[in-house]
Write a protein that binds this ligand. Structure first.
Ligand SMILES: Cc1cc2nc3c(=O)[nH]c(=O)nc-3n(C[C@H](O)[C@H](O)[C@H](O)COP(=O)(O)OP(=O)(O)OC[C@H]3O[C@@H](n4cnc5c(N)ncnc54)[C@H](O)[C@@H]3O)c2cc1C
Length: 409
């Protein structure tokens, strides 16, 4: 049997034909976000990709993927624009959680979870942030205590995107309180429907209810649920966070279909300018020009950083560079859209001649782009400390056993 990889151009041609014959056009269904129907549709579309041989293009063949390169994945993504794709499964399920299971899972875990994810049968969620703060992740207080052969999980996580629809969560918990904060953590694969797990949805200012808070009350776990090694959860979480920055910055080899929408794209600004009769205005044309230039820079930056990480010239933490740029670009473009829409961004109501509802909602949501996937301030810290090799920021609790760290109230 030949082990030669299919040339990207041939793969692209085959993908183009298959997409045309099998996938519905974008907008074929109009399902409300954050509903069971939308998730069921995503699972169904993922199954179609799997059956057609185009799911998990960058995942190894033995775990249900295609074992191909980032360039194949990119080619498929480019060809898939204009078709309905299961984009909500990209982040966090495929690009973050499944990628971490691939890196750290035991053979049993990989065989149990990865094919199920790629078939659309399993959805995953990240259970990291806690009500006391998400940036100081290593200071978390959700605990997993040893009790004979089992672990018992107690505590709470928050801001978990899509937890209500998920089957498994990657949950970071403290397993050792007598060592410094980074050394006493363990990453667990927690079944979201296990006894003792309560999931509550949170309503945002945009009306979205994708965020959840989870409460764990004596949830029983076993050694088979540990991802990586006991008390080595910080290393595991660091891998996960590298995947998260890559996903948010656009450099992940595991996302399929167009990147998650990060603020208004330049084409939308053009449509808005035309619809509001401002297309000839110099100020608007300057904004659109800047937006286009920023998107070119973004795409070039993603290509450059991805190639450098793959070649080992930059550490995986360099995903923080594109993550930071994507957030700043999202802010810039969201603000430009509001400048063009003017007061209509706030006063829109159904039936208005120009649909500016999305402009207003994007504006309300824009702060999220500098928080999701770790804040932009933390991305700056990562760039300075782990990419540029500058000194680490001071932390009073770094060398103190966690049970002796003063906890503020
Ligand atoms: C759209 C979206 C999706 C998300 N999805 C998930 C998810 O699925 N799972 C999950 O676990 N979490 C998720 N989060 C939570 C996200 O990871 C946190 O919001 C983020 O880590 C920041 O934590 P925090 O909101 O608690 O802010 P805090 O940690 O309280 O920080 C508050 C502010 O202080 C700044 N700050 C804190 N420490 C420092 C420092 N050392 N140096 C400089 N500045 C600092 C921060 O940058 C921030 O501006 C999501 C958030 C968003 C917006």
């Amino acid at each position: 049997m030949s082990t030669e990889i299919e040339p990207v151009a041939e793969f692209r041609e085959r993908a183009r034909r298959w997409l045309r014959e099998n996938m519905p056009p974008e907008g074929a269904t109009d399902l409300k976000p954050d509903t069971d129907e939308a998730w069921d549709r995503a699972r169904q579309l993922q199954r179609m990709l799997f059956d057609g041989g185009f799911a998990g293009i960058g995942f190894p063949v033995e775990y249900g993927g295609r074992g191909l390169t980032f360039d194949h994945q990119q080619a498929f993504t480019e060809e898939s624009i204009g078709y309905e794709m299961p984009l909500m499964l990209n982040v966090p399920t495929l690009a973050i959680c499944a990628a971490t299971v691939l890196d750290l899972g035991t053979e049993e875990q990989k065989r149990a979870h990865l094919p199920a994810v790629l078939r659309g049968d399993e959805i995953m969620v990240q259970l990291l942030s806690e009500p006391r703060g998400g940036s100081d992740l290593a200071g978390l207080t959700t605990r997993a205590d040893r009790d004979g052969e089992r672990w018992v999980l107690n505590g709470s996580k928050i801001w978990s995107s899509g937890a209500y629809a998920a089957d498994y969560g990657l949950c970071l918990a403290r397993t050792n309180w007598e060592v410094t904060k980074h050394r006493g953590l363990t990453l667990f694969l927690v079944p979201v429907h296990a006894e003792g797990v309560t999931v509550q949805r949170i309503k945002q200012v945009t009306g979205s209810t994708e965020f959840c808070q989870e409460f764990f009350d004596d949830v029983e776990l076993s050694d088979a649920d540990v991802l990586g090694r006991v008390d080595a959860g910080w290393e595991a979480a660091s891998r996960l966070l590298d995947h998260e920055r890559a996903a948010l910055g656009g450099t992940s080899p595991y996302t399929s279909g167009a990147r998650p929408h990060l603020g208004a794209e330049a084409n939308e600004l053009v449509e808005l300018a035309k619809a509001t009769g401002q297309w000839q205005e110099r100020r608007v044309r300057e904004d659109v020009g800047e937006a286009r230039a920023m998107n070119v820079v973004r795409d070039q930056l993603i290509a450059h950083v991805t190639a450098a990480i793959v070649a080992g010239e930059l550490p995986p933490s360099a995903g923080a560079v594109t993550r930071l740029f994507s957030a700043e670009n999202a802010w810039t473009q969201t603000d430009m859209a509001v400048r063009i829409a003017g007061a209509n961004a706030a006063t829109h109501h159904p039936g208005d001649p120009v649909d500016t509802e999305k402009v207003g909602l994007d504006y309300l949501f824009r702060a999220a782009w500098s928080l999701a996937g770790g804040s932009t301030e933390m991305a700056r810290n990562v760039i300075s400390e782990r990419v540029l090799g500058m000194p680490r920021e001071f932390a009073a609790d770094r060398d103190v056993p966690f049970n002796q760290v003063k906890q503020g109230r």
